[in-house]
Design a protein around this ligand. Structure first.
Ligand SMILES: [Fe+2]
Length: 356
């Protein structure tokens, strides 16, 4: 029987040499939680080897120490995601948990300050730097596939947009060339830095929603005119929040342009074609794809290939109650996307092992 006073964590998250500031427990065959490691004590390779030999698949942390565990995950993320003995599903779980926490702090502190503070920016940059190697691994695409169909909430959605964006750009360096001519000739450090900046744009594309009330963000019915006007300000607010930060201009523009439609008519500026920042054109596709394939309180997730079909302009099974102005799931959405990028994205989806 599970004991609600404890949470299970994968042993792979406990890395040798780390100094967790929380107690770690194991469960006896009788179901009793017994102390395995004390807080502030280095966990050794020998201890972990013994644990693995005993066939332990999970260790436990007291619920009241969960926040310490989450901070530990964030500060040790690079090592945890690089742990060869840890299952990819567990890595994906750790990655999503840390991403959600980093975003939560970014949203909450930005709301208070009216801008994204230096500490939140640095924390976000650090997170992406640590997560990048894992996201870029080909096998992480299998873990990504399992995330498709999960709930649509701002933090989780932004995490998936980050993951999709980096994985997609990684396989399409010609897009990176458009952001930075000569990208493929840059050294590895510079290429990683460019990818990190794109990841920041993806993760923070909706940061302007920090100023949109939860009532509007979580409303189950179509938004009314006033609410819709407030919602449409989020790209502008997002860019305003990033304007004084060290984030590169192309990323700030991507945040501003991520709801612009390729054939015009998007917001906030109704730009067209190449006038829309290239990263924003990528985000437009991934943002809509994830919204369509996520579970919401009022709809089941759409299968990825059906979403792709609608995005490319081959509609089927039109749902009568959808308001095309308020929801991207409308049949006329082909005008929203850069066709060339959309084709590339659909090819990319073939690399993600979709659960259909
Ligand atoms: Fe958005």
């Amino acid at each position: 029987m599970t004991d609600s006073r404890y949470i299970a964590v994968p042993p792979g998250a406990i890395i040798p040499g780390a100094l967790p500031d929380f107690r770690i427990y194991v469960v006896t065959p009788q179901g009793k939680h017994v102390l395995w490691a004390l807080e502030g004590k280095k966990v050794t390779t020998e201890q972990l080897a013994k644990l693995s030999e005993s066939g332990t698949i999970e260790v436990f942390i007291a619920l009241e120490e969960q926040f310490k565990y989450e901070l530990y995950l964030e500060s040790n993320l690079g090592n945890i995601l690089g742990n060869q003995s840890m299952a990819d599903d567990h890595k994906a779980e750790v990655f999503s948990k840390v991403s959600t926490n980093v975003l939560k702090v970014a949203f909450e502190t930005s709301y208070g300050l009216g801008t994204m503070g230096t500490a939140a920016i640095q924390r976000t940059q650090q997170f992406i730097e640590n997560a990048l190697i894992f996201i870029k691994e080909a096998k992480s695409l299998q873990a990504l596939a399992k995330m498709i169909g999960h709930d649509y909430r701002t933090y989780e959605h932004s995490t998936k947009v980050l993951w999709f964006t980096v994985a997609f750009l990684q396989l399409n360096p010609y897009i990176m060339e458009q952001i930075e001519p000569g990208y493929q000739l840059l050294d590895e450090t510079r290429r990683m830095d460019m990818m990190k900046q794109c990841g920041i744009g993806a993760l923070l594309h909706d940061i302007g929603k920090a100023f949109v009330s939860q009532d509007i963000l979580t409303k189950n019915e179509p938004l009314n005119e006033v609410e819709w006007e407030i919602m449409k300000r989020h790209p502008l607010n997002g860019m305003a929040m990033l304007i004084d930060t060290e984030i590169p201009t192309f990323v700030k523009k991507a945040v501003l342009h991520h709801h612009e439609d390729f054939e015009g008519g998007g917001y906030p500026m109704s730009l067209e074609g190449q006038n829309i920042n290239i990263l924003a054109r990528v985000l437009r596709i991934i943002d809509v794809f994830d919204a369509m394939t996520s579970r919401r309180s009022y709809k089941d997730p759409m299968p990825p290939m059906k979403a792709a079909q609608i995005m490319i302009g081959m509609p089927e099974d039109k749902e009568e109650d959808e308001d095309p102005k308020q929801d991207d799931r409308d049949m006329g959405m082909r005008r929203c996307f850069d066709r060339d990028l959309l084709k590339k994205f659909i090819v990319f989806l073939g690399n993600v092992k979709l659960n259909e």
